[in-house]
Design a protein. Structure first.
Length: 117
């Protein structure tokens, strides 16, 4: 019988790098209110400290302000939509009115394909 096909050396089983099944990605869009830019400066240190804590856990995929000054985009890992919504609701930017509206959506990352998460 013919030999089985060779397995490429660089092939790694998917489960080797995949996060636990309970972790999902969520997109948080915060839309600034009328005084958002002024309030942002006041509450930025507390917001960044909170983001730093989540980043230290390896759960921030990307985050930053929109350069047209209309809000912020945050992509995080959380165990549920409820957890992601609570994170957004308890953010200093939400509490202190930097964001007048926040949307949280489940997110599936497709690119870049080399993403470690």
């Amino acid at each position: 019988p013919p030999a089985p096909p060779a397995i490429p050396v660089n092939l790694v089983p998917l489960h080797h790098h995949a996060p636990p099944l309970s972790i999902m990605k969520f997109l948080i869009l915060g839309f600034d209110g009328p005084d958002g830019q002024a309030k942002r400066k006041l509450h930025r240190p507390a917001h960044l400290a909170r983001m730093d804590a989540l980043d230290a856990q390896g759960r921030v995929i990307l985050a930053g302000p929109l350069t047209d000054k209309t809000g912020s985009l945050i992509v995080i890992e959380a165990e549920s939509l409820a957890e992601a919504q609570a994170f957004a609701k308890d953010d200093p930017y939400t509490i202190h009115g930097v964001f007048e509206r926040v949307e949280v959506h489940p997110f599936e990352q497709v690119f870049p394909k080399s993403a470690p998460r």
